[in-house]
Design a protein around this ligand. Structure first.
Ligand SMILES: *Cc1c(COP(=O)(O)O)cnc(C)c1O
Length: 408
């Protein structure tokens, strides 16, 4: 039995087959490449019971990951995050069976570690010596740190508005880091030009290499495994480039083909911020591709992606599962962040909070029922975003007594 059952890459638009054992970007059609596995072989050689006995990290699904040899695995211990009940927010929102997949607990404090672990491992296996990418912050931080672990160079460019902690993570990792006076798309053009000019780097922008998606799809495998190999009714995901939601959908289809889960698929919900909601607009028009908004701004910085290369794949996932796409305001998502923290004691990132705010709206609109079992993806730790909380705290003089409690 081999470590990986990777068989080939496939163009997500044309189905064209591409050799998986050479460094690959996008297809000739310019579309994302999807990793395909010999699932018949996986079905014959491994069972969910075998997986249950493995180490609690994402490499427990190694047969459906692209890294061929265990020596090439670059890991910081990512994966198998808690599927944590948040019953008090659930009651508050009228959805008592509410679970949060908490990606704030992975190395680097965001789920981007999953994509970086698998992407960097596979790049190292294929002989890549340097990775280069634009980012809204978390992906750059994760790739810089995993690249450091792999002894690889990293070249990262991010909008000046990206969370400063993510810049500091890149610097600590020894990355070559640039801030760009613009959005992620602007950073992407600069990186692509530098890669073409310099050589020696692989461009690892969102969906411009096939393996980041494979790391992120493990969120789908974990949700299934943690629920006893069945699916919830609804999964909400904060959608920027869309890799997470595309990955979860890919995992669902693979698990169905493997016979590890049944016919029922969860409704996948793409959540965006009103300040940048191209997928939501496309969904509202019934379109298969998105149009970039004229302006893009939200405090949920990780989902500020005006035009995603994989927009059509996100929309496919939403349509195919009878899901929906919904936008919330910054005010609503910050309020939900606060409510969740007060009620359930978990301080989450603004992107994850957008999903909790969206859930309140979907419940009010009747698109989510009281009896639904709902999983929300919290994609990062709240402590990476200190600016989301106003520091409104009384200041005491050195000998000034703490005031009596306000009665009532
Ligand atoms: C990148 C990011 C997202 C969006 O992820 P995609 O899978 O690219 O849509 C959501 N939340 C956080 C915290 C992120 O860093």
């Amino acid at each position: 039995m081999s470590f990986s059952s990777l068989s080939h890459l496939e163009c997500s638009r044309t189905g064209e087959r591409v050799d998986a054992d050479r460094v690959a970007g996008t297809s000739v059609a310019g579309a994302p490449l999807l990793a395909r596995y010999d699932l018949d072989r996986v079905r014959e050689t491994v069972t969910p019971q075998d997986i249950a006995a493995r180490r609690p990290d994402l490499w427990r699904y190694h047969e459906v990951l692209p890294v061929r040899s265990p020596e090439h695995v670059v890991t910081l211990g990512e994966g198998m995050t808690p599927l944590l009940p948040t019953p008090n927010f659930g009651k508050h929102a009228g959805v008592p069976t509410l679970l949060m997949k908490d990606e704030g607990l992975v190395p680097t404090g965001s789920f981007k570690a999953r994509g970086a672990a698998v992407g960097v491992s596979r790049a190292a296996e294929l002989g890549v010596r340097g990775v280069a990418m634009p980012t809204n912050g978390n992906a750059g931080a994760a790739w810089a740190l995993y690249a450091a672990r792999a002894g690889m160079k990293s070249l990262i460019a991010m909008p000046n508005d990206a969370p400063s902690i993510t810049m500091k993570e890149c610097l600590s990792a020894g990355a070559e880091l640039y801030r760009v006076d613009g959005l992620i798309g602007d950073a992407g053009k600069l990186v692509a030009a530098a890669v073409a000019e310099r050589g020696g780097y692989q461009e690892t922008s969102t969906l411009k290499e096939p393996y980041r998606l494979e790391g992120k799809k493990t969120m789908g495998y974990e949700i299934a495994e943690q629920l006893g190999w069945r699916m919830p009714d609804v999964i909400l995901y904060p959608t920027g480039g869309g890799v997470g939601i595309i990955g979860i959908y890919k995992a669902l289809l693979e698990m169905q083909e493997l016979g590890w889960i049944g016919d029922k698929l969860p409704r996948l919900v793409a959540v965006q911020a009103e300040g940048c909601a191209p997928i939501v607009d496309a969904f509202a028009r019934g379109a298969r591709e998105s149009e970039p908004p004229a302006e893009a701004r939200t405090i949920a910085f990780g989902i500020t992606v005006p035009k995603a290369l994989g927009d059509f794949l996100v929309l496919d996932a939403v349509y195919a599962t009878d899901g929906t796409a919904i936008a919330v305001s910054d005010e609503q998502l910050l309020a939900a962040q606060r409510t969740l923290t007060e009620l359930d004691g978990t301080f989450i990132c603004p992107e994850g909070a957008a999903c909790f705010a969206a859930l309140e709206q979907l419940r009010e609109g009747g698109q989510v029922a009281e009896g639904d079992e709902v999983v929300v993806l919290n994609t990062g730790a709240g402590i990476k975003y200190p600016e989301t909380v106003e520091l409104d705290v009384p200041m005491l003089g050195r000998t000034e007594p703490i005031p009596a409690p306000i009665s009532g």
